[in-house]
Design a protein around this ligand. Structure first.
Ligand SMILES: NC(=O)c1ccc[n+]([C@@H]2O[C@H](COP(=O)([O-])OP(=O)(O)OC[C@H]3O[C@@H](n4cnc5c(N)ncnc54)[C@H](O)[C@@H]3O)[C@@H](O)[C@H]2O)c1
Length: 269
């Protein structure tokens, strides 16, 4: 039976890399994103290679739209085997200066998006009974503390603990669903231009919004760091291998494990 993979935030970066890899492995892919033009381009690129593709325009911060994504997936393909809760955005300034709109936007996509994905898909996967995988995209910033990217870190720590809880509870039920949490370092994507997808209703008319380059990482040239980062195809290879081997924490940049160890030691001290 051909497998079915659903990817949110599929139109760009890591999501696009995952879609290309799963399609290349012969899976049917469901592409969900808010950005229509790159979504349509990916659909035509994958279809030209012979893949079966379904596009469902989805804002992951909206529970009803994620429910519709799950419904359309099952109606079209009759099954789902892999769900990648991957859509994400970043916005950074000192944590006390963030507006309510900043909090609502970033938590809405990065944390509520994953919550909606779990609520919509897990009951369907349980009913289906086939071997399934849920891959939640967190970040290395979901495993470390310190200053900078405050809301983003709150959201990604949330995704890590949500994934740990989900994995444990599914194991206790002996459910046929394996959970994975993806914790990459820098990857060459469009993440520094996340504001392109910020909804009109959550803009900050009263606050000057610094450019991503100014406000992420302080004085560091983060765009250069990101452009020297890993390719989305390499990240997708890590994810594909983790699905094969049943690995829960997906570390793409093992050199960052030292940061996690330092944090844990600080906590225990
Ligand atoms: N790029 C990195 O260095 C890096 C590192 C660690 C984790 N991540 C995480 O990887 C994931 C993918 O990001 P990326 O780096 O590929 O960035 P990206 O900007 O290239 O891709 C993110 C995608 O999410 C989509 N998106 C934004 N808001 C959405 C919404 N409300 N509903 C549905 N889709 C929405 C965007 O349109 C875009 O296609 C994110 O969760 C991000 O936090 C990225």
């Amino acid at each position: 039976m051909q497998k079915v993979a659903v990817i949110t935030g599929a139109a760009s970066g890591i999501g696009r890399g995952l879609a290309e890899r799963f399609a290349a492995e012969g899976m049917q892919v469901v592409l969900a994103d808010v950005e229509e033009a790159p979504l349509a381009k990916l659909e035509s690129d994958l279809s030209a290679k012979g893949a079966t593709v379904l596009v469902v325009k989805t804002d992951v911060s909206n529970a009803g739209e994620v429910e519709n994504l799950a419904g359309q997936t099952l109606d079209t393909f009759g099954a789902v085997h892999i769900l990648c809760n991957n859509a994400g955005v970043v916005c950074s300034r000192p944590i006390w200066e963030h507006t309510l709109a900043d909090w609502e936007w970033v938590l809405g996509v990065n944390l509520w998006g994953v919550i909606h994905g779990i609520r919509a898909f897990v009951p369907r996967m349980l009913a289906q009974g086939d071997r399934c995988h849920i891959v939640n995209t967190a970040s290395i910033l979901g495993l470390v503390g310190g200053g900078g990217e405050g809301i983003y870190k709150v959201s990604k720590h949330g995704v890590v603990v949500l994934s740990e809880t989900l994995a444990d509870e599914l194991a206790q039920k002996a459910a046929n669903i394996q959970v994975h949490v993806l914790c990459p370092g820098w990857v060459r994507t469009g993440i520094l231009d996340s504001a392109r997808n910020r909804p009109d209703t959550l803009q900050n008319p009263e606050v000057k919004t610094p450019s991503r380059q100014e406000n992420i990482g302080g004085s560091r040239n983060v765009r250069a760091e990101m452009e020297a980062g890993m390719s989305p195809a390499e990240v997708a290879a890590h994810v594909y291998n983790a699905i094969q081997t049943g690995t829960f924490y997906i570390h793409t940049h093992p050199e960052h494990k030292a940061w996690v160890r330092e944090r844990m030691e600080r906590i225990l001290e």
